[in-house]
Design a protein around this ligand. Structure first.
Ligand code: 3PG
Length: 218
């Protein structure tokens, strides 16, 4: 991978420390603070709060305040308005499931890292042409998992991929050991059902266990 721009420094440091980014869908913003603290206690360094519920922006602000050492980003960002709202809520990075020229254009002017979603070689090339070299590979498992990502990444040695979608505790290491994969995301660390049940210590345990599973020698 070529040298990233300075915007990525804090993000890269975080995912180097803990390469799993929990993808979080939070129904009630009041759950964001205890959830963020539990994930930080479990060793997580960056979280993605998806903009899939009405209180997501409030949740981003609350998580950032409750766990200052955690890098709190926005996920499921689909357009310029959402990117701007996420930035205003304090998101330190943003992720999208796909990319449009308008979204890439908005993200280029943002002071924080943005990872557009790609699912094909043409989409990687379109993102590269716009200056984006750190990309989300989505949805990773249905697209063919580590085998597909290995083949897709081969022609693009300058790209860093963050696969998400269908990754589990038991498949995470297979992605992370691929050349070009620098982190990965998934909801298995904090599934909606456990957030809804406010099962904070269980979530902390899943975070710790997920990170531990990546240390298994290959
Ligand atoms: C995402 O937005 O990255 C996915 O919804 C996360 O996928 P998962 O729920 O299959 O982990």
């Amino acid at each position: 991978m070529t040298e990233p721009d300075a915007r990525f420094q804090a993000f890269l440091e975080a995912v180097r420390r803990a390469p799993i980014i929990p993808v979080l869908t939070i129904e009630r913003p009041a759950q964001a603070a205890p959830l963020a603290r539990a994930l930080a206690a479990g060793g997580i360094a960056a979280i993605e709060i998806t903009l899939r519920r009405p209180g997501a922006l409030e949740a981003i602000a609350a998580a950032a305040e409750a766990a200052p050492d955690l890098l709190v980003g926005a996920g499921t960002v689909r357009d310029r308005d959402q990117l701007e709202s996420a930035a205003a809520a304090g998101a330190r990075f943003a992720v999208s499931p796909g990319a449009t020229p308008a979204l890439l254009d908005a993200a280029r002017g943002w002071a924080q890292p943005f990872l557009p979603g790609v699912a094909s070689a043409s989409e990687v090339m379109a993102a590269l042409a716009q200056g984006f070299r750190r990309l989300k590979f989505f949805p990773a498992a249905p697209l063919g998992g580590p085998t597909a990502l290995k083949a897709l990444a081969a022609p693009f040695p300058e790209v860093g991929f963050c696969p998400t979608g269908g990754i589990t505790r038991d498949t995470a290491a297979d992605y992370l050991r691929l050349d070009g994969v620098f982190c990965l995301g998934g909801s298995w660390i904090a599934p909606e059902k456990l957030i809804e049940a406010e099962a904070w210590s269980e979530i902390e345990g899943l975070a710790r266990d997920g990170l531990e599973a990546l240390k298994v020698p290959s």
